[in-house]
Design a binder for this molecule. Structure first.
Ligand SMILES: Cc1cc2nc3c(=O)[nH]c(=O)nc-3n(C[C@H](O)[C@H](O)[C@H](O)COP(=O)(O)OP(=O)(O)OC[C@H]3O[C@@H](n4cnc5c(N)ncnc54)[C@H](O)[C@@H]3O)c2cc1C
Ligand code: FES
Length: 341
């Protein structure tokens, strides 16, 4: 099983990107360097202690490993959000952060086709990493459609202009500002893409409504789903559809977390993570989309179906680990234990 534990690193510098966004340059101690090797597009999970509660949240690297010596994450405030506001308001140079080793499958694929990226707001973070990695290590053409409310809230605005300027014509940058053009719609996405190239790869990251529009426009243009890579920062709002236990019997779910145990009858439409929350167990989670592994737990008894697994390796699954945000019981009795630190 990979190391999913937390490691203490020191913030070297904080860069004021916009009124609501900061970049944190992390100093990685020599003895942890190998563990912190990462691919463009990946993220780390931060463990924050905010107002007496421990919270886990993922933040993508905005740095690119082939270009930058330092590892940088960029965080934008979410209104009312616990961790993003704590980071932006309280974390300064010299502070320590507890973070996992990098993870995530939102990565470049080995192809010479165009990289066509769609970013909105803080979604630019992993896209910035992918763009810079592709520009520095490949000959691929790069296209970025970047939506923001206005110019002042645009993260990396000047750096992107410079990147385009220095790309010798390889990079197309199209900006969208809501204050000028209203919200992004499918026509705009279609006209940006034009006729899709068969070997192009598409990367999408931003708020859920933006991602929905881009994904559906790409589908409408006939782009194959395997060429579309999405990174969801927040869980999609619609409830997860799934089958209940295979024989329709009621199942009992036993959940252990940090020495506390809760037992509940499984309710159709509910994942193990949701059951743990309903039991008041305060389980760890971040993406609720099956791509970060923050919610992983070990299955001690019974069977589950994982609706999505973009985070655990085959070896981890064989070892009994499950993503609780994606797991629904398929046997009458299910027993899971959280805690991999
Ligand atoms: C793989 C991954 C990578 C991520 N990378 C980054 C990154 O590079 N930079 C970054 O700033 N964030 C990133 N996020 C989002 C980040 O993990 C947190 O979800 C975000 O900072 C909000 O956390 P919070 O504790 O402040 O808000 P919470 O207290 O968790 O949430 C407050 C409310 O806001 C909603 N919400 C949560 N996240 C968002 C969002 N992104 N946009 C709008 N509403 C939201 C919640 O549903 C909730 O209703 C990433 C998430 C994932 C899963
Ligand atoms: S919370 Fe991210 S995979 Fe479950």
């Amino acid at each position: 099983v990979r190391d999913h534990g937390f490691h203490t690193v020191r913030v070297r510098r904080v860069v004021h990107e916009t009124e609501a966004a900061r970049s944190y340059v992390l100093g990685i101690p020599d003895e942890l360097r190998a563990g912190f090797d990462y691919a463009a597009g990946q993220f780390v999970t931060v463990r924050a202690h905010v107002a007496g509660a421990t919270k886990l949240r993922c933040y993508s690297m905005s740095s690119a490993p082939e270009v930058d010596d330092e590892l940088v994450v960029t965080v934008k405030r979410v209104p009312g959000g616990a961790v993003s506001n704590w980071l932006v308001d309280h974390v300064t140079a010299g502070d320590e952060l507890e973070v996992t080793y990098p993870a995530g499958s939102f990565r470049l694929t080995p192809t010479s086709g165009a990289l066509v990226a769609f970013a909105a707001g803080s979604g630019i973070t992993p896209i910035m990493s992918l763009l810079r990695s592709a520009l520095s290590t490949t000959e691929r053409p790069v296209q970025l459609f970047y939506a923001n409310q206005d110019r002042a809230s645009t993260i990396f605005s000047e750096r992107l202009d410079r990147l385009q300027h220095d790309s010798a014509g390889r990079m197309v940058l199209e900006r969208h500002e809501d204050v000028v053009a209203g919200f992004v719609d499918a026509d705009e996405v279609r006209s940006f893409v034009g006729t899709p190239e068969p070997d192009a790869e598409y990367y999408v990251c931003g708020p859920t409504p933006f991602m929905d529009i881009v994904e559906s426009a790409l589908r409408g243009l006939g782009v194959e789903p395997e060429h579309v890579h999405v990174e969801r920062f927040a869980a999609p709002p619609e409830p997860i559809e799934h089958a209940s236990t295979s024989d329709g019997a009621t199942s009992t779910v036993v959940i252990e977390i940090e020495g506390r145990t809760g037992t509940a009858e499984h309710r159709a439409g509910t994942t193990i993570l949701q059951t743990a929350r309903q039991l008041g167990l305060d389980p760890p989670y971040s993406c609720e989309a099956g791509n970060c592994a923050t919610c992983m737990a070990r299955l001690l008894e019974g069977t589950v179906t994982m609706l999505v697994n973009d985070a655990l390796t085959d070896a981890e699954v064989d070892d009994g680990w499950v993503l609780t945000c994606q797991s629904v019981p398929t046997s009458p009795d299910v027993h899971v234990v959280y805690g991999y630190d």
